[in-house]
Design a protein around this ligand. Structure first.
Ligand code: SF4
Length: 177
């Protein structure tokens, strides 16, 4: 790694069980360095990332886990094992540092994203249970984009705390929450 390294270390501060599946984990960390400046560059290269320029956070899926980057923290949810979480944290550190090294070649994206049904769908339970009164989760995502449904209208979602938090973050980025 060159002298331009942005993030030197992460340190796990909390490991909690995942609400959805108690065998999975939620991992909270503290970072040795402030990574806020790299977030718009990561937002530019991670196609499904959700960037909140006000709260300075970036949320995206990484190896099936849900990752949230903050200036001084990386939080992971839906992590199968602690070992997988640690290895994801190392890979994320590498991604952060490589992106920072390459920032001269990347056009940073500072904007809020527009709300897209596919981004909402990615975080819904995807069981197509119909409890929301619509035939499937995609119809629900479309209704949310049109402002006809709210997160509270999907009862199963209330069990998926991390997804709920990520969806709230997503809505905040477009000024809907
Ligand atoms: S209630 Fe939720 S999980 Fe069930 S179909 Fe509607 S959006 Fe999907």
């Amino acid at each position: 790694m060159g002298g331009d390294m942005l993030l030197r270390e992460w340190r796990i501060t909390e490991v909690l069980p995942c609400i959805v599946n108690p065998d999975w984990k939620r991992i909270k960390t503290e970072l040795s360095d402030d990574i806020s400046e790299v977030l718009p560059y990561l937002n530019a290269i991670i196609s499904d990332a959700v960037y909140n320029p006000n709260g300075k956070s970036l949320t995206f899926r990484f190896k099936g886990m849900l990752v949230s980057l903050f200036p001084r923290a990386i939080n992971l949810a839906q992590v199968p094992t602690l070992e997988e979480g640690k290895s994801a944290l190392n890979e994320l550190r590498e991604l952060i540092n490589k992106t920072w090294e390459r920032r001269g070649e990347i056009t940073p994206v500072y904007e809020k994203r527009t709300l897209r049904a596919k981004d909402i769908l990615a975080l819904l339970p995807k069981t197509n249970c119909g409890e929301c009164g619509l035939p499937n989760c995609f119809a629900f995502a479309m209704a949310m984009v049109r402002g006809q449904k709210k997160l509270a209208d999907c009862p199963p979602l209330q069990q998926y705390r991390e997804n709920m938090e990520a969806l709230k973050e997503l809505l905040k980025t477009v000024g809907l929450e």
